[in-house]
Design a protein around this ligand. Structure first.
Ligand code: ARG
Length: 261
């Protein structure tokens, strides 16, 4: 996995640029497009919203292109459906909102399945599991039991943010737009620790010296893709394609190419 801190920092810039272009209005497509019978936001296209600050699931390569486990899986799904994949980058909170407000067909962003989210979007089957973990400065005294005594950094809108706010109160939690900013805050001492998804925590810890991950996980979760709640046909089609890619081992081999364990 190739990534640099400089690259992650560049994300901040990209995200602010994308904020300007992310909300273009599009009308619902008819089924007139010949490449697909599926109705999507833009005919013939599958528009997904994502927050590409989340290596190895979605992040930027040296050229600023969005790469990672999920873009790879989604490209194969779009191919199977005969749709052109369009990836819209934004912060995570906005990516969740986009699929609820008809601004994207899907949110594909390391998205954990939760009961609350099920109310506002359709989920595909889960394609992998993850854990919420705690990243601390090396040698820190923080443990899972004393987490509530500290200031916790998270990304806004994430399960890490929601769970820690519920458990310790919002006064103990600071939510940032991107994980790049979360880890800058940790390095600057603005937060004492970070709660986030395990593989992503490992990716940042590998890049930033002096950090470690607490052994005990904070929560277990399932990742899936969130689909426009009004688009049942798309949910079904994407889910079928995803299940084919899981059944033939493709999904696992993509995951294994990014996460070695
Ligand atoms: N799995 C967590 C959630 O669904 C965090 C996802 C953050 N994703 C991202 N691309 N930054 O809330």
């Amino acid at each position: 996995m190739k990534k640099t801190i400089a690259l992650l920092c560049a994300l901040v810039l990209v995200l602010s640029l994308c904020a300007a272009c992310g909300s273009g209005s599009s009308s619902s497509a008819s089924t007139a497009d010949t490449s697909s019978e599926l109705s999507t936001l833009e005919a013939g296209k599958l528009t997904i919203s994502t927050s590409p600050d989340f290596p190895p699931y979605e992040y930027l390569d040296d050229n600023g292109s969005i790469i990672g486990i999920e873009p790879e899986i989604m490209q194969l799904i779009a191919d199977k459906l005969g749709l052109e994949l369009v990836i819209d980058a934004m912060d995570f909170d906005s990516a969740l909102l986009a699929v609820q407000q008809g601004k994207s067909d899907m949110v594909v962003s390391g998205c954990t399945v939760t009961e609350d989210r099920k109310l506002v979007m359709n989920f595909t089957d889960s394609y992998t599991t993850a854990k919420q973990v705690v990243v601390v400065p090396e040698g820190s005294e923080i443990t899972l039991d004393t987490l509530g005594d500290y200031t916790i950094g998270t990304q806004r809108g994430t399960t890490g943010f929601i769970y820690t706010s519920d458990d310790y109160g919002e006064d103990h939690v600071i939510g940032y737009d991107t994980y790049t900013l979360v880890f800058q805050a940790l390095q600057n001492g603005q937060v004492d620790c970070v709660v986030l998804d395990d593989a992503v925590g490992e990716a940042f810890v590998a890049e930033i010296p002096g950090l470690e991950i607490l052994e005990t996980a904070y929560a277990l979760e399932d990742y899936a893709f969130g689909v426009d709640k009004n688009n049942t046909a798309l949910t079904e089609a994407v889910n079928n394609a995803l299940n084919e890619l899981m059944a033939d081992g493709t999904v696992q081999s993509i995951i294994d190419s990014y996460i070695s364990e």
